[in-house]
Each structure stands twice: as C-alpha cells, then as structure tokens.
Design a protein. Structure first.
Length: 53
C-alpha cells in the first residue's frame, strides 16, 4: 500500500498548514476518504485471506 502525502503538507491557503485544524477543507476531506478506503480495503482483504473475518 503506497502512502499518500497529506495535501496539508503543501497547502498555501493558511499561514501554518502544519497546525491547521480545518477538517471541513474539501481537499483534505477527499484525501482522507481515499486513504480511509485504502486502509479498510487492505485489512478486509488481509482478513479474508487469513480467514480472520
């Protein structure tokens, strides 16, 4: 699973993107949901493969 870098790392919308708490940001939300699907899909596939689910 390839780790994708958060769009916050290169954000120019706020003065200090490392401390931004805006979870309503559309760019961040889309990135987060894609990451969530990847993580859940990986563990679901692993569980089925191992007979754990």
């Amino acid at each position: 699973m390839k780790k994708q870098v958060s769009p916050c790392k290169t954000c120019t919308r706020v003065k200090d993107p490392g401390n931004c708490e805006n979870k309503c940001c559309g760019v961040w939300r889309n990135w987060f949901l894609r990451q969530w699907k990847l993580i859940n899909g990986f563990y679901e596939a692993y569980g089925k493969q191992e007979g754990n689910l």
